[in-house]
Design a protein around this ligand. Sequence first.
Ligand code: PEP
Ligand code: MN
Length: 359
Amino acid sequence: MIVVMKAASSDEQINHVLSFLAKHGLSGHPSNGVERTIIGVLGAVGPSGAPGSIGGINPALGESLEGLPGVENVLRVSKPYKLASREFHPQDTIVDIPVACVQGGVVHVGGKEVVMMAGPCTVESEQQLMTTAAAVRKEGAVILRGGAFKPSTSPYGFRGMGEPGLKLLAKARAEFGMAIITEVMTPTDVPMVCEYADILQIGTRNMQNYMLLDEVGRTNTPVVLKRGMSSTFEEWLLAAEYILSQGNRNVILCERGIRTFEKITRNTMDISAIPLIKQLSHLPIISDPSQGTGRRDLVGPMSLASVAVGTDALLIEVHPNPDEALKDGAQSLTIEQFRELMPQVEKIAAAIGRTFIKG
Ligand code: PEP
Ligand code: MN
């Protein structure tokens, strides 16, 4: 349910609505628009932390709310996801990431800025990580990616360095002033990964790992939630709802391609997901053309396309020697290719009135 306040409503009237809701065991989530405030209403939070059913809100209560001073009308949210929906929260959510190497010390994912996140698929060694970090930073990336815990399709594939890999990421952050994004795979690892990461990545294979979503939802660390490779938009946004409903509002969605019948590309990158998510949700959406295509020759064009349709950031795999990469070499850009791509990204961002943040 959504309470739409009148354009001229006062703070006192808004507070009155909020305390009325609280008295009835409901939580109100105000968002202040340019014109008016709207208040999203959720049912009581159950023992598992999930919000109670919206359908369970007594219809008579809606009528009482409509009679309160300053209230224009009361609407039902038609979507199964509430906190993630654009209806519930019409303004764009902006997730602030502290980044030492940029002016002002923070980047804003979901605003006017376009942010570059780049680095190796996987942390392989100190030399590989430091070389890549130095190179991508020099070209203007401000967030360093690198997996220390890797979901490997085969149990015989490299599964990452674990905590020593996280320590290397922390070392790179200290040296280059970049923020760190890295994957967390199990609920028990969340506190440890949070000690090192500025952004937690939930991988495509874990998009429906609900215990993990609950656990990252209990932190305040920003989360990049990859699209499940066979998930619908509704399932993806419901996964985001898990995190949001636990209290963590710093959720960023990531298009990384979906599985189709096609084999020439590793995944089918769904560029339409970027503008569509912006209609359905207020959450930032970023693009990963590396997993999205699986082919380094397509990463550049799909990066540019993603920026053109409004991505809030790019997440790109770069390796100093992709042919020797332990993971995802075929889709990793060389440092030279990354260097050539950056000014093109900047031009497309400028063409659609956005600022490309290079630090
Ligand atoms: C990755 O970013 O390297 C990765 C494993 O991503 P995804 O979960 O999208 O496959
Ligand atoms: Mn990868």
